[in-house]
Design a protein around this ligand. Structure first.
Ligand SMILES: *Cc1c(COP(=O)(O)O)cnc(C)c1O
Length: 404
C-alpha cells in the first residue's frame, strides 16, 4: 500500500472502503496518481466533473471569486447567487415555456441536502393538505442524511438507522399499473429519478414519467424529480425529464451543478410548490456560497458556449450503440442516455472488471455487482470513448470468473 493510502487508512473513518488510488492532478478526462500513472476518468467523480478536471473556466471563476468574497451568510446576497438563481429558473423552465411557472431556487451544498429540502416541502404540503403518504420507487437512491435516506430503497443503507421517517412507501419502479394503484388523495408527494443511476442506470420511460405527472395532478400530490445525477446536460438535455416534456413540482440538482464544487439546488417549479416554504421554515449556513455559485455559473456558461448538451447527446448515444455492437458474450445489455451509461454484465463480475479496467488505465465504476457505470465529463472526445470500447472486451475477458 502506498504511504498516502495507508495514512488514509489510519486517519479517515472507513465508510467508503479503501480508496483505490491517491490522485494528484488532472486535465480534461485524464487524471494522474501519486506514482505518475495516468488514467482516463470515465466516472468523472461520479457524474460531477462535467467539464473534466482543471477546466480553466472553472478554476478562473473560483480564483476570481475567492479574491472578492468567499462567504457572506444568508443575511446578505451576492451577484453570483442571484444570477445562478435566474439561470436555474430559466434552465428548468426550458420545456413548456407557455405554462405559467413561478420557479424559485434554494441553494445548499450537496445532493442529500437538496432532497432534504424537497422532503421538507412535501411534508409541509402533507400537513397543510391533510395528507400523509409519500411515495418513492424501488431501487431509488436519494442520499444519506436521515430524510433522504428514508426515501432510499436499499435496506442495508437504512436498517442500521431505523426508525427513519414514517409514511414512505416504495412502489415498483417503471410499473404503470402499480403507480396507478398506489395513488389516492392521501399521497402528498412522489420522488423519482428519471434514470436511476445508483441502481445501475435504469431509465424510466417517458410514458411512465407522464403518467406520474398526471396522477400527481389528479390527486394534489407534489412530483419531485431528483436530477442530481441526470441533470446538467448529462443525458443530452439540461434535465433528463425535459425529454419527457413534463413539468415537475420540484427538481433537485447537485453533482454536476458546480463542475466539481459542492453545491446543491432545490428548485420549486410550480406555484403550489413555491408557496409551501415561508421565511423561517428552512435554512443553511453555507448554502449560497458565492465561490460555488461562481463555479456553477462558469459550468453553465461553458456547457452553453461549447454546445456540450448536443455533444453529450450525439457522442453518448453513438457510444451506447457502439457498446451494443461489440456483441460481447459478457455484455447482457447497454442502457442509458447521453453520457450516463450502464453496461449490464451477464455475470456478477463488475467489481473485478473495475480493477482490470484500472490496470488498463481506465477509471470506471460498478454501480451494482452486475453493472458497470460510465459518467464521464461532457467534454470527452469520440477518440477517447473509442479507446475504451477497444479495451473493454479484453477487460471483461480478464475479469471473467473473478467474482469479488
Ligand atoms: C448522488 C445522488 C444523491 C446524493 O447526493 P450527495 O451529494 O452524495 O448527497 C441523491 N440523488 C441521486 C439521484 C444521486 O445520484
Amino acid at each position: 500500500m502506498s504511504d498516502l493510502l495507508s495514512r488514509y487508512d489510519s486517519s479517515m473513518l472507513n465508510v467508503f472502503g479503501a480508496p483505490k488510488l491517491a490522485l494528484t492532478r488532472g486535465h480534461g478526462v485524464w487524471v494522474e496518481d501519486e506514482k505518475g500513472r495516468t488514467f482516463m476518468d470515465l466516472l468523472g467523480g461520479i457524474a460531477v466533473n462535467v467539464l473534466g478536471h482543471a477546466h480553466p473556466a472553472i478554476s478562473d471563476a473560483i480564483v476570481t471569486q475567492s479574491q472578492k468574497l468567499i462567504h457572506v451568510s444568508n443575511f446578505f446576497t451576492t451577484e453570483q447567487v442571484v444570477t445562478l438563481g435566474e439561470e436555474l429558473r430559466s434552465i428548468v423552465s426550458l420545456r413548456r415555456m407557455s405554462e405559467p411557472m413561478d420557479a424559485r431556487v434554494f441553494l445548499s451544498n450537496s445532493g442529500t441536502e437538496a432532497n432534504e429540502a424537497a422532503l421538507k416541502i412535501v411534508k409541509a404540503w402533507a400537513n397543510t393538505q391533510g395528507k400523509r403518504r409519500i411515495l418513492a420507487l424501488t431501487h431509488a437512491f436519494h442520499g444519506r442524511s436521515i430524510g433522504a435516506l428514508s426515501l432510499t430503497y436499499k435496506t442495508q443503507y437504512r436498517e442500521p438507522f431505523a426508525p427513519l421517517i414514517p409514511d414512505i412507501e416504495w412502489i415498483p419502479a417503471g410499473d404503470e399499473e402499480a403507480l396507478e394503484r398506489a395513488f389516492d388523495e392521501g399521497v402528498a408527494g412522489l420522488f423519482l429519478e428519471p434514470i436511476q443511476g445508483e441502481a445501475g442506470v435504469i431509465p424510466l420511460s417517458y410514458e411512465y414519467l407522464r403518467l406520474a405527472r398526471s396522477l400527481c395532478d389528479t390527486h394534489g400530490s407534489l412530483m419531485v424529480v431528483d436530477e442530481i445525477q441526470t441533470g446538467m446536460g448529462r443525458t443530452g438535455a439540461w434535465m433528463a425529464h425535459h425529454a419527457a416534456d413534463i413539468v415537475p413540482d420540484v427538481v433537485t440538482l447537485a453533482k454536476g451543478l458546480g463542475g466539481g464544487m459542492p453545491i446543491g439546488a432545490t428548485i420549486t417549479v410550480t406555484e403550489r410548490a413555491t408557496s409551501v416554504l415561508t421565511p423561517g421554515m428552512h435554512g443553511t449556513t453555507f448554502g449560497g456560497n458565492p465561490v460555488c455559485a461562481a463555479a456553477a455559473l462558469a459550468t453553465i456558461d461553458t456547457i452553453r458556449t461549447d454546445d456540450l448538451i448536443n455533444h453529450a447527446h450525439v457522442l453518448g448515444n453513438n457510444w451506447i450503440q457502439a457498446l451494443r455492437s461489440l456483441e460481447h458474450s459478457l455484455i447482457a445489455e447497454v442502457r442509458g442516455r447521453g453520457l450516463l451509461i450502464g453496461i449490464e454484465l451477464a455475470e456478477p463480475i463488475a467489481q473485478a472488471a473495475v480493477i482490470k479496467a484500472q490496470e488498463n488505465g481506465f477509471i470506471i465504476n460498478a454501480a451494482t455487482p452486475t453493472t458497470l457505470r460510465l459518467a464521464p465529463a461532457l467534454i470527452i472526445s469520440e477518440d477517447e470513448a473509442e479507446s475504451f470500447n477497444s479495451a473493454l472486451p479484453e477487460i471483461l475477458n480478464d475479469a471473467k470468473g473473478q467474482k469479488l
